[in-house]
Design a protein around this ligand. Sequence first.
Ligand code: CA
Length: 228
Amino acid sequence: MAKETILVVEDEDEIRELIRYNLAKEGYEVVEASTGEQALTKAHEQLPTLVLLDLMLPELDGLEVCRRLKRDYLAQHVPIVMLTAKGEESDVVAGLEVGADDYITKPFSPRVLTARVRAVLRRGSRTKVNETDMIRAHDLVIHLGRHEVLVDGEPVPLTNTEFRVLVYLARRPGWVFTRYQIVDAVHGEDYPVTERSVDVQIVGLRKKLGDAGQYIETVRGVGYRFKE
Ligand code: CA
């Protein structure tokens, strides 16, 4: 994997900027979100290595974002560190119960921030990757937690969108999905996914997968399915 990417979710510009500055200085790639909705979209699209999540967000609050991230089939393995205000222990408890991995109490020093981030990255998400988080089909292995695809033990470098399309199909072998369903599942804001571009993704995927590309079957006039 390339540089470690951290998604910083914080509605207060000054705090977000401070965090961004300190993480960037440590060599992390930083993606920012100022609302819960944005956080969900960016986490799903960009699959960060870690999410720093402020709990006090307008509209969709941090707890709800955490809960939804843990239900997102791609983002559920990404560790989440909550940012909480002092004296909000009940929020911390609630956050840990919906799957957050750690928390930092505001105000915090840059050193505490980066130390905590490093520690969580080292031990990984408590949503451990186990056998069920791996899809094995024929000679293909997809590691959901590592976002890695192996064919005959050899890693196949896929783009994010290709990976999402493959996971979406391979999770339900034998099921036919329409192009619209696929678009809906992998849609991204910065990426205009149209029904037509699904075909382009599939062509790219099959090519990269080599012989394993045959497992993605075209169902004429309907869409695609992963071979049973
Ligand atoms: Ca806030």
